[in-house]
Ligand binder design. Sequence first.
Ligand SMILES: Cc1cc2nc3c(=O)[nH]c(=O)nc-3n(C[C@H](O)[C@H](O)[C@H](O)COP(=O)(O)O)c2cc1C
Length: 215
Amino acid sequence: MKTFLVVQASARKARSITRELARCFVDAVEEADPKAQFHTRDLLDNPPPFVTEDWIAAAFSRTPELSENQRAVLAASDELIAEVKAADVIVLATPMYNYGMPAALKAWFDQVIRINQTFSFDLARGEQPIEPTLHGKTLVILTARGEGYFGAGERNASMNHLETHIDAVKHFLGVDAPSHLINVDFQEFGDERHEQSKAAAMKEAEALARKLATG
Ligand SMILES: Cc1cc2nc3c(=O)[nH]c(=O)nc-3n(C[C@H](O)[C@H](O)[C@H](O)COP(=O)(O)O)c2cc1C
C-alpha cells in the first residue's frame, strides 16, 4: 500500500486540465489499489507563504531551541515537509505559467526545501556541500500548457522552464529516479491537436497510475 501526495497548483478550479488529469490518475490508483492512501495539498485553497527574513533566520538558526515566534514562522514549512516525508509518490499537477511554474508551486518548493529537513549542508564536502536527506520517492508531473512544441529538440524547448526547474530540485523531495511526465498541450488553441494531446495524456495517466499502484 502506497501513500500519494497530490499537489494541486492550478489557480482555477473550473475547467482545470491539470486537476482533471490528477483526478483521472487518482481514480485509476484507487481502482487498482483500494487501500492506497491519498493526501491532497491544494495550493489555491492554501497558498504557501513566501520565505521572509524571519523565516531564513529561523531555518538557519544555530541555537538548538527555537523561540516560540521562530517555531510559528516555520509552522507552515513543517507541515508541508511532513506531507512530503510521509509520501511514497508525489504527484505535482501543475500548469505552465509564463514558461515556468506557478508562483504558488515555487512558494511550496521554497517552504519544503529546508536545511536539516530536506537537505544537509557541510563545507567538508568541498564543491558540493548540499546533499538531499530524503530518498526513494517517486515523482509524477502532470502538466497543462496553452502552447506546445516544448519537447527536447522542438521549437519551444528553450522556453520550457517548468519541467527543467522541477527536474533541478526534485532530489530535495527525495526523488532519485527520473520523474514520470505527462503533458496536455495546445489548451489555448482548443483544436484537434489539443484533443489528441488530452486523450493521450488521460490514457497515459491511467496506465501509469495502475503501474505505480501495484508495482
Ligand atoms: C497566468 C497564466 C500564464 C500562462 N502562461 C503560459 C505559458 O507561458 N505558456 C503556455 O504554453 N501556456 C501558458 N498558459 C496557459 C496554461 O498553461 C493553460 O491554460 C493550462 O491549461 C492551465 O492549466 P489548468 O487548465 O490546469 O488551469 C498560461 C495561463 C495563465 C493563466
